[in-house]
Design a protein around this ligand. Structure first.
Ligand SMILES: [Zn+2]
Length: 377
């Protein structure tokens, strides 16, 4: 089974595409939201629940798995799919983002990045070649190149130097990949260049020459104003090949997903639905619910009357609030199940809307609502 991507339909009114990723671990309809399974587990979600939600692909973090339990051990145990008993698709990030977010613990050179483990302080080193090898040991279906995630704000000269380094690293990842590529898995390039359109353009062109199986837009959702993020996405998407999947990394809110899909993005990942769930922030068809609020103390209604998840079918807002305030483990389970159901249902509705050429109507509704949880989806 070769890795591949097909565009099945283009929405008449927007830049959105309906597509499918073919992976050795099954087909993935796009646009897709990938739940984040940091250390080989989506926090508070059983695999059975993910399967029941029809999650076809999850993201796992190379950095975390490399540190614990170690990619060599995972390889010995038959690869990540076998180790975690997940036979659907897995995308792994390169680990770069986690390394770079622990700023005080790392130093970057041309060769790669030296860093200290956030767990025990031990020293490690990631080179472009090494992160490809680690992800190969894990058996990921989609492998990401090592990149230097430019922080925001960055002056032009810093952003340019960072982007150029990412491009040299991308080339080295590509060369490493060529030696092992049998066509069943994918290596994605990552466009950098901060908020500078000409740098983004140079980055996209440099990666285009390297012929990756898919293209990601990185370095966004790192603190820049939302409008700027959309500007960058809008100006970068046309620089990416029509035939290849486009992945917007680390984004975002429900409204971000709808708007970015309309610009032509096919893939997303974000900790928002899972992390927010645990923090008491729940997405519903009627807007956000902050479950700790006193107004829910005696509210016997389901969290979201339009949601079919097991949480909404069975439990009241009052009970969920009680579980949250009591620090019960079950709260994380029920809230995460709901938020991920909300996200994955929304992606299904987005795909249906593209099929019917009606995604533009959604955008109109959202602009009226101006809410982070679009209503009337
Ligand atoms: Zn629900």
């Amino acid at each position: 089974m070769k890795f591949g991507f097909e565009v099945l339909h283009r929405d008449m009114g927007t830049g959105a595409r309906l597509g499918v990723l073919h992976t050795p671990h099954g087909d993935v309809p796009t646009p897709v939201f990938m739940p984040v399974g940091t250390a080989g587990a989506v926090k508070a979600m059983s695999h059975e629940s993910l399967e029941a939600l029809d999650a076809r692909i999850i993201l796992a973090n190379t950095y975390h798995l490399y540190l614990r339990p170690g990619h060599e051990r995972i390889e010995k145990l038959g690869g990540l799919h076998n180790f975690m008993s997940w036979d659907r698709a897995i995308l792994t990030d390169s680990g770069g983002y986690q390394v770079f977010s622990h700023r005080e613990l790392r130093s970057i050179t041309e060769e790669g990045v030296h860093f200290r483990s956030h767990i025990d302080g031990s020293k490690s080193f990631f080179s472009p070649e090494k992160v490809v090898e680690i992800q190969r040991s894990l058996g990921s279906d989609i492998v990401m190149v090592l990149d230097d995630c430019t922080p925001y704000p960055a002056g032009r000269a810093d952003a340019e130097a960072s982007m150029e380094l990412s491009m040299r690293w991308a080339r080295r990842c590509r060369e490493q990949w060529a030696g092992q590529d049998d066509g069943t898995k994918a290596l994605f390039g990552i466009v950098q260049g901060s908020v500078y359109p000409d740098l983004r353009k140079r980055s996209a062109e440099a990666l285009g020459d390297l012929d990756f199986s898919g293209m990601a837009i990185g370095g966004l959702s790192v603190g820049e104003p939302k409008d700027l993020m959309y500007e960058v996405v809008e100006s970068t998407v046309p620089l990416l090949s029509w035939e290849k999947p486009r992945y917007l990394m680390g984004v975002g809110t429900p409204a971000d997903l709808v708007r970015s899909v309309a610009m032509g993005i096919d893939m997303f990942d974000c900790v928002l639905p899972t992390r927010n769930a645990r923090n008491g922030y729940l997405f519903t068809s009627q807007g956000r619910v902050l479950i700790k609020n006193a107004m829910y103390a005696e509210d016997q209604r389901p969290l979201d009357p339009d949601c079919s998840c097991r949480t909404c079918r069975r439990y009241s807002r009052a009970y969920l609030r009680h579980l949250f305030l009591s620090g019960e483990h079950l709260y994380a389970v029920y809230s995460t199940l709901h938020n991920l159901t909300f996200y994955l249902d929304m992606m299904r509705k987005i795909r249906d809307a593209i099929r019917l050429d009606s995604l533009g109507n959604w955008l109109g509704l959202m602009e009226k609502g101006g809410d982070s949880s679009p209503r009337d989806l």
